[in-house]
Design a protein around this ligand. Structure first.
Ligand SMILES: Cc1cc2nc3c(=O)[nH]c(=O)nc-3n(C[C@H](O)[C@H](O)[C@H](O)COP(=O)(O)O)c2cc1C
Length: 482
């Protein structure tokens, strides 16, 4: 099901009895997002609409992606199935398939994905007289946060040379009623555009959307290679093109279904200290220099709804989003690294700290080859620790993973440390911001060619006929005791 906008999604949640209207007065300073957090921690995880927010007339919605079922509703299918569909797009037809039917299939998939730029209707939006972020219920999430942060923005920029659009979600710290920080990590699409503007000493147009349909939001956080337009990707996922409208004061387009749009610019010569911020690592991310966003115009839907989230301690919705991305992108990763059977980004290790992959190992050194491929692929390149296991290990069962990690390695030969690599900007143990090291653990069975000159032991397995006989016996014993 494709939701036309945020309100359409909230209506759907209401029908599903999965929306709570909070009518008590709630303070956006620490209280509001902590309610979202507790709702998630205790396992209820309902979407919430705060209708009485202190010092603002604007309601706040949160917990859109807090369960796998919600994400499936938003994507219209299980993330892994969506990934298989994406993989099918790059499949070369085999001899048995007619080229015409393959061509028709591709036309159906790709026909309408490009966003359509439409005329703005004057009745649709209010263009505010004055820029004043003070009127929004922007939240402060954790006590030592450096201030209030816009946590679910879609930041839209264009490459000054190619005109290619990028849409990414990067938190924005409120500095005053007209300026915010722009916390795009150096490896991300927005930062790449920024470096192009910096080279040319040109001011950069930026549009920021707060509140849109959840599939468009999901597309902005999907780790797409730079150069792939997130709004077209959204069209591909929805099988329906997204309607855009032109900005008032910026040479950029944004979704017609936006709730609030901030139009403005970044001067590439200006930076300011941003942070700290209670982040998805479970720590406050450190203060660092980031660009400053100056707002020129604010455009709103009538009676806008503000969209927010909290991250921080393993049970928040970003963990579910991370899992969905892992499942959705597995089939695509397998195109490039075909020996990967399965992959797990363990929830406990917080997104870019660790990936466990199982492989069908065929030749010596293959585990290392897979590690380097992961460190060379998109945002997976920021992964700190890669663990490679054989395909008899279920990567989603951390007991099995720990068993392989301890019984299939000799540390001096099978653990590799690679210094001088890019790291995730949130990797605080790195001695230098954005620059640190990697660890690879080859927990596959070793072969003679890999200098293992002993006989690798067989793993324990019972004979199939004994297994069957004993299972039957146990079943019988079970029923006679009941
Ligand atoms: C709630 C949330 C907040 C995020 N905040 C940031 C952020 O502040 N900076 C950042 O670089 N990435 C952040 N991300 C991750 C990016 O949105 C993600 O890496 C995305 O793929 C970036 O898009 P890009 O490749 O077009 O730059 C956040 C993700 C989520 C779900």
């Amino acid at each position: 099901m494709v939701f036309s906008d945020l309100r359409d999604y909230l209506k759907f949640q209401e029908k599903n009895n999965d929306l709570v209207h909070v009518t008590d007065e709630v303070d956006p300073d620490l209280e509001l997002t902590y309610i979202l957090s507790e709702e998630e921690r205790i396992g209820k995880k309902r979407t919430m609409l705060f209708e009485n927010v202190k010092n603002s007339d604007i309601p706040v919605a949160g917990n859109f992606f807090s369960t796998d079922q919600k994400i499936e509703n938003i994507l219209g299918d299980k993330p892994y199935n969506v990934g298989l569909r994406l993989k099918n797009l790059v499949r070369i037809p085999d001899d048995t398939e007619s080229m015409i039917s393959r061509g028709l299939q591709m036309m159906k998939e790709l026909g309408g994905i490009r966003p359509k730029v439409e005329q703005r209707k004057s009745s649709e939006f209010n263009v505010l007289e004055k820029v004043d972020l003070g009127r929004y219920p922007i939240t402060k999430n954790w006590p030592m946060d450096g201030g209030k942060y816009i946590t679910m923005p879609l930041v839209i920029t264009k490459d000054p040379v190619t005109g290619q659009r990028n849409v990414g979600t990067y938190r924005m710290q409120v500095f005053d009623n007209e300026t915010t920080g722009m916390h795009w990590h150096i490896h991300k699409g927005g930062a790449e555009h920024f470096s192009e503007y910096k080279k040319e000493s040109k001011t950069m147009d930026v549009a920021v959307v707060i509140g849109t349909d959840p599939l468009t939001f999901f597309s902005s956080i999907a780790p797409l290679p730079n150069g792939i337009d997130e709004f077209s990707f959204r069209g591909l996922l929805a099988r329906k093109s997204l309607e855009l409208i032109k900005g008032e004061t910026v040479d950029l387009e944004y979704p017609r279904n936006s709730e609030i749009v901030l139009e403005g610019y970044i001067d590439p010569s200006e930076t300011r200290v941003e942070g700290p911020f209670g982040d998805h690592t479970g720590y406050y991310s450190l203060e660092e220099q980031f660009p400053v966003f100056h707002i020129k115009k604010i455009i709103e839907k009538k009676n806008p709804i503000y969209m927010t989230t909290i991250v921080g301690k393993l049970w928040h919705e970003d963990v579910r989003i991370g899992k969905a991305i892992e499942r959705m992108f597995l089939p695509l990763v397998q195109i490039q690294i075909p020996e990967i059977v399965d992959m797990n980004i363990p929830e406990e290790t917080v997104v870019s700290n660790m990936i466990v992959v199982s492989i069908k190992k065929r030749y010596p050194g293959q585990a290392k080859k897979v590690m380097f491929a992961i460190w060379g692929t998109g945002q997976m390149a920021l992964t700190k620790i890669v663990v490679v296991v054989d395909d008899d290990v279920d990567v989603h069962d951390m007991k099995q993973v720990m068993w392989a990690m301890t019984t299939r390695i000799d540390p001096s030969s099978d653990v590799f440390i690679i210094p001088g690599t890019p790291t995730d900007s949130l990797d605080h143990p790195a001695r230098i911001f954005n620059y640190g090291s990697k660890m690879g653990i080859d927990a596959t069975r070793k072969t003679k060619e890999e200098n293992y000159n002993r006989v690798w032991p067989e793993t324990l397995k019972m004979d199939a006929d004994i297994e069957k006989k004993v299972d039957e016996l146990i079943n019988r014993l079970g029923s006679s005791q009941n």
